[in-house]
Write a protein that binds this ligand. Sequence first.
Ligand code: NAD
Ligand code: TDX
Length: 335
Amino acid sequence: VFEPQNILVTGGAGFIGSNFVRYVAQEHPSTHVTVLDALTYAGNRANLEGLVPSHVEFIHGNICDAELLNKVVPGHDLIVHFAAESHNDRAIENAQPFLETNVDGTYQLLVAAQRYGVRFHHISTDEVFGDLPLNSTELFTENSPYNPSSPYAATKAASDHLVRAWHRTYGLYTTISNCSNNYGPYQHVEKFIPRQITNILQGRAPELYGSGLNIRDWIHVDDHSRAIWSIVTRGRSGQTYLIAANGQTSNREVLSLICEAMGVRADAVHFVTDRPGHDRRYALDATKITTELHWHPQHTDFARGIEQTVRWYVDHRSWWEPYKAQTEELYNHRG
Ligand code: NAD
Ligand code: TDX
């Protein structure tokens, strides 16, 4: 078992990164965390509020900045790499920042990890495998071929390939996890679940793309954090682990659960223009991580998880309200 003493967390001011940092601070308090985050539109210092600076140090900087990495990376024994441009709809508008951060940024970090002998855990997504037909029961596994459909997924796939190449060519100690769709507190209001909750809270109609029948495989962000910890402490170098929690649900069903939790009728929904190239279904087989590392999801009641998430957005209006109007601007522009 590897016990990291000094973790560098990239993208630690974003949704999943900040939940992971909070998890480490609570469950593994002897581990020091350095957060490196560029504070893009998606990064927010408030996501790390309340954490003790002696345990969690914040550095404002860009992962594409090689000189900065030469100063920041030495002294750490593990990099957990969350930093990315993460939203599909933005990538469809302009993929340039996705190529810079997701591809070049990952490359710069790999070079620094190799130079200073630091283990590397790469956070990736189920989207690298493309999509599955709606009416099938097929699941992706660690051996499924890469087949990304969207500009975002293509850049994540590229970053996974770079990590694999650094392992094979330079012997860097690497692990990769590909996780399904996360939900929970601190998720940006551009994403499906927070967008619908906050639309309803502001008296706007929820918006479903296309038929609303597309399926995502949902997992609570805390289960993702625990899975990452199991991989970085007990995973084998060069390996990929899929992380998922049997969460397949159609967008319509997710919206019904949100409406139920909020006590509103589910029929006032707007069906809007579909996302170009919209992936139909994601679904992952998590057998490897459950059998090899004995990780199991704890948040198995999705309706309850949605209720708690709704409660969080109701209780944290001052966290999301400043970003809501500009985010909806993006969607208005999308038409
Ligand atoms: P997010 O958009 O909420 O956060 C991304 C963070 O990275 C932000 O804090 C941002 O400021 C930072 N960042 C962006 N570019 C940077 C740069 N060049 N240098 C330094 N920091 C930079 O994203 P998220 O939803 O928390 O996703 C985190 C990771 O998890 C991503 O790698 C994403 O691909 C992956 N992932 C997300 C999901 C999901 O459902 N959200 C599922 C599977 C995998
Ligand atoms: O308003 C909406 N209406 C709607 O129907 C939005 C924002 C989305 N959708 C649909 C599109 C998807 O089928 O809901 C589903 C989820 O959409 P997103 O929240 O944008 O997530 P997705 O595209 O599935 O990607 C997410 O999971 C994988 C993350 O954003 C990625 O970073 C991660 O890699």
